[in-house]
Write a protein that binds this ligand. Structure first.
Ligand code: HEM
Length: 144
């Protein structure tokens, strides 16, 4: 363990990501700020969310991020979550085109860096590693 409670040599920095996510969650407006940035990033993205109930969406995304992070360690519930999200976002359903994930990532990192009072380079790397894993899975299942 190092001083941030992370196992040295851990393949994915899940703990660092989850503790940062908790700090963001405790800071009101985090996910509202993320979706605001994300929708401003392109008209195409804004169109996807024109009928969205954001109160519900915020809860679902937070739960999904917590669960998905566990997939990096092969946790069964985590793997089930990323499989379901890959399916709902695939071409036949929500049809989230793969290039949009970069905008999603940039918007979420920008919001987290503002809402986590302890944000630093190591934290950013943790977010990029964990979210990169999830995005790779979703994109590779775009066509089902
Ligand atoms: C790894 C990245 C992402 C994660 C973890 C994620 C997670 C979620 C979750 C948990 C939901 C609610 C349950 C569901 O409908 O499946 C959802 C809905 C949705 N997501 Fe994503 N999402 C991601 C990326 C994206 C991207 C890049 C877009 C592009 C526009 C997008 C568009 C949507 C839309 C349109 C909905 C439905 C909203 C509604 O109900 O009105 N998502 N997402």
């Amino acid at each position: 363990m190092n001083d941030r409670g992370q196992n040295v040599g851990e393949a994915y920095p899940k703990k660092l990501f989850l503790t940062s996510l908790k700090r963001c969650e405790a800071n009101p407006g985090f996910l509202a700020s993320f979706y605001e940035r994300f929708m401003k990033s392109s008209d195409e993205v804004a169109r996807y969310f024109r009928f969205t109930n954001f109160e519900k969406q915020h809860k679902m995304l937070m739960k999904s991020l917590e669960l998905s992070a566990r997939a990096t360690e092969g946790d069964r519930e985590g793997l089930r979550e990323i499989a379901m999200r890959a399916e709902t976002h695939s071409r036949p359903y929500l049809n989230v085109r793969p290039p949009l994930y970069q905008l999603w990532l940039d918007s979420l990192i920008a919001a987290a860096s503002e809402f986590d009072p302890e944000w630093d380079d190591e934290t950013e790397q943790a977010w990029r590693r964990i979210l990169g894993f999830i995005i790779k899975h979703m994109v590779s299942h775009y066509d089902g």
